[in-house]
Design a protein. Sequence first.
Length: 274
Amino acid sequence: MGGKLEGKVAFITGAARGQGRSHAIRLAEEGADIIALDLVEQMPRVPYDMATPEDFEKTVAAVEGLGRRIVTGVADVRDRAAVRAVVDDGVAEFGRIDVVLANAGIAPHSAEERDAAAVFDDVIAVNLAGVYNTVHAAVPTMIERGEGGSVVLTSSIQGLSGRAGTGTGSWDGYAAAKHGVVGLMRSWANWLAQYSIRVNSVHPTGVNTPMIVNESLPAFFEKFPDSAVSLTNLLPVEMVEPVDVSNAIAWLVSDEARYVTGVTLPVDAGFTVK
């Protein structure tokens, strides 16, 4: 028996590890083939280790182990032409894109931030402009095919809340970018509805991935203890798992949510209502 996404193709950024890998696996379990993009390179102002080529190989192995096909591309979401080239390679292989997950992002929170303005620019470029580049690279082929589709933008609880502000370049940039993603989502939901393409955003609380499970974040919270205290969930869990977000996305992009568009979906253990 096929899954909810049998015959579909999903384009996923930030797919080498963390939430992106989890999304690729979860959608492959539902029958989708995958076009996966990742930078697999260290950005100089990101204080934790970013994904590696070896991480990307694990994503490939996991998807292929489920009997699905995957095309990978190494690209920086800040580079519009590079993102478009990955899309073109994927469409050449699979002939279509049905789902876009703009997932790539950074959270370079550091107690030793040396250039706040540069860090702010990095976060906006990846977490907001990168989302713009991703969707505008993939959507034209979806419009041309004329069979609809689904776009999910990864925002955050920080796209719905101003709690825990620190005035640092990383925190200001992250909150601004994740709020900006909501603006893009709502604008695109209106733009793309005429083509039966749905657009939504997901808003996780802290997720158990290397983006937050690293040595730099505890030091950051030690410097800004009030922020750490305010970033607690309503349900008695410190973090959610990547698959919790993936399960929500698998539903959002399926026909089970065929009339759901323009929503901000928290996967936040109650953070936003606390």
